[in-house]
Design a protein around this ligand. Structure first.
Ligand SMILES: [Zn+2]
Length: 238
């Protein structure tokens, strides 16, 4: 049976990740994204050109994968993860790849994966650096063990700091590698955090420990359902 891999966001990070996973056998890709291609995206969304400007990113990428890479056409859902819809999307998946561009969606998807017991790979990029975190529920630290909660105040985001386009390609590629490891014969038993610094040309990898008071994965957890009030408005969009 093939593994159903849900990509939440196929923009800067999800785009290279999807291209890398398209060639992997026994994977069914599902794209969840409602953004459209903008001219300013073209330098990092390498499968697109001027003709794609204005088209839904998910449709355009699925078409490219089928036509140019001769791979199975991914399933496309032109929508975004919302508190109402996220559980249904996550429940349908075997692995979730979260490459969204805002903190609200990241925590929403992380919580849904934790509650559903689904493995997830989370990627983020801002400025000259990026991170990838892979989570195996009940076996490893979760997203909230590492990042705790949405930032308050003046958090650095990609809208103000920008992002060096090659960083998104590196992070997307590493996310695809984490997915392949999860699907392999010996998936990691611990949460792995990879951090890439483009100015140093360096990756650092750390194994993350569970927090005994984590609101999502500890025994006395306080997050037991998706509550829309926990997720504030998106902080950035690219
Ligand atoms: Zn946790």
């Amino acid at each position: 049976m093939s593994a159903r891999v849900l990509l939440v966001g196929v923009g800067g990070i999800g785009h290279p990740c999807a291209l890398a996973l398209a060639a992997v056998p026994d994977i069914e890709l599902v794209f969840l994204d409602d953004d459209r291609v903008e001219r300013s995206n073209l330098h990092r969304l390498v499968a697109f050109d001027e003709a794609h400007v204005g088209a839904p990113k998910a449709h355009a990428l699925a078409e490219h994968i089928e036509r140019e890479l001769h791979a199975t056409r991914p399933v496309v859902i032109v929508d975004r993860a919302t508190p109402d819809s996220v559980r249904a999307h996550v429940d349908d998946a075997d692995i979730v790849v979260e490459g969204s561009d805002n903190f609200a969606t990241k925590f929403l998807v992380a919580d849904a994966c934790g509650l559903a017991g689904k493995p997830s790979v989370h990627g983020a990029a801002v400025g000259w650096s990026g991170t990838v975190l892979s989570v195996v529920p009940a076996r490893s630290a979760c997203y909230r063990c590492v990042f705790e909660d949405l930032p308050v105040g003046d958090a650095v985001d990609c809208a103000t700091a920008g992002v060096f386009a090659p960083v998104t390609a590196m992070i997307g590629a590493v996310m695809a590698a984490h997915v392949r490891e999860m699907l392999g014969p010996e998936p990691a038993r611990a949460a792995k955090l990879s951090h890439f610094d483009a100015t140093a040309g360096m990756f650092r990898h750390r194994t993350m420990q569970r927090r005994s008071d984590c609101p999502l994965c500890c025994e006395a957890r306080v997050i037991t359902a998706i509550d829309a009030s926990r997720y504030s408005a998106p902080l950035c969009s690219h």
